[in-house]
Design a protein around this ligand. Structure first.
Ligand code: SF4
Ligand code: SF4
Length: 321
């Protein structure tokens, strides 16, 4: 059976998802995180600049409900994060973020009050034990506020003992989590392009050894929550988690018709707007939200990339033609 269409299970037709980097600066330096996503010196996005840009987008998409995911770098290093989040709520924009959990608990709490969801990623190379205490507190707070909270347990090869401890901690404290396998870069000073091109030829088995894969497979049900729908040629439907497509290397949609221009937008720290993350090497920049007249193009596109590996890109409606 061949897949003819992929779509998100949770996205409504009138939703526009925006991944918005509010600063590249990060206090961690994870070995799998490319240099064009984070550094330790960039200036944060100022609230006034964010405000102007958000109003511009609202004007360009009056028919859409906006959902913003604040990214970085580490979003909580932006001193204006509280103002930014409050403004989103004033504008009736759904907003959430993913943090490495290193910020002070008071700040995490203050911002979480206004967020629609909060995700803390546990990065084995850098996190300190104090982050676990903050996770316990934030999980309690999520129940009081009735808001989404989750931990992303980042799975790097070679850290299996630490991962076992993390799982004990998360399960023991009833903290919702997913496990996310990450690929180390072959070299740290990478450009985006080289690992991107190589990615299709690699699979997880080249990084994780058999013991690690056997152990992780026991926890696979933890990742089972379905987030995308696959429609096959004979019209049968299967709901799966998008990570499965990445894990089995089924992410080549070159030539497929893709709805990304209607469903998502990626705003980088410098204001460059791209229609998706995975196809950046193919020149998918559609303008700069901070410096140029912002012209929205609303049309289906035909995918030029042979690797749609990012989870948010996998949620976009795409159809084989
Ligand atoms: S914490 Fe996030 S932004 Fe910072 S280096 Fe790690 S993956 Fe990159
Ligand atoms: S890589 Fe981009 S253009 Fe291609 S299918 Fe994925 S989201 Fe669409």
């Amino acid at each position: 059976m061949t897949i003819k269409k992929i779509m998100s299970i949770n996205r409504s037709n009138d939703q526009l998802s925006i991944d918005w980097s509010i600063g590249k600066k990060c206090n961690f330096d994870c070995s799998f995180c490319v240099d064009n996503v984070h550094d330790n010196f960039s200036k944060p996005l100022k609230f006034e600049v964010f405000k102007k840009a958000l109003l511009k987008i609202k004007k360009a998409y009056p028919e859409k409900k906006l959902e913003i995911s604040l990214d970085g770098g580490e979003p909580f290093l932006n001193p204006d994060i509280l103002k930014i989040v409050k403004f989103c709520k004033d504008q009736e924009v759904r907003v959430g973020t993913t943090s490495n959990g290193s910020a002070k608990l008071d700040l995490l709490r203050d911002v979480y009050k206004y967020l629609d969801y909060l995700i803390i990623s546990l990065h084995q190379e850098f996190y300190s034990e104090s982050i676990k205490n903050k996770i316990i507190e934030l999980n309690k707070m999520s129940k009081t506020l009735n808001k989404f909270f989750r931990v992303n347990l980042m799975i790097l090869p070679g850290y299996i003992d630490k991962i076992k401890e993390d799982l004990k901690f998360l399960n023991g404290n009833n903290i919702p989590y997913i496990m996310r396998k990450v690929r180390p870069l072959t070299y740290k000073k990478s450009t985006f392009i080289l690992p991107y091109k190589l990615r299709n030829k690699r699979d997880n088995k080249q990084y994780f050894n058999k013991t690690e894969l056997d152990f992780l497979s026991k926890y696979s049900e933890n990742n089972i929550h379905a987030d995308i729908q696959l429609i096959y040629d004979d019209n049968t439907i299967k709901n799966i988690n998008s990570n499965e497509l990445v894990f089995f290397g089924k992410t080549n949609f070159k030539g497929w018709k893709c709805r990304t221009m209607f469903e998502q937008m990626l705003i980088k720290a410098n204001g460059d707007v791209h229609y998706c993350i995975s196809a950046q090497p193919f020149g998918n920049k559609i303008g700069n939200i901070y410096t140029e007249d912002f012209k929205i193009i609303k049309k289906d596109i035909f995918c030029k990339s042979d690797s749609c590996n990012c989870i948010s890109d996998l949620h976009i409606t795409k159809e084989r033609i």
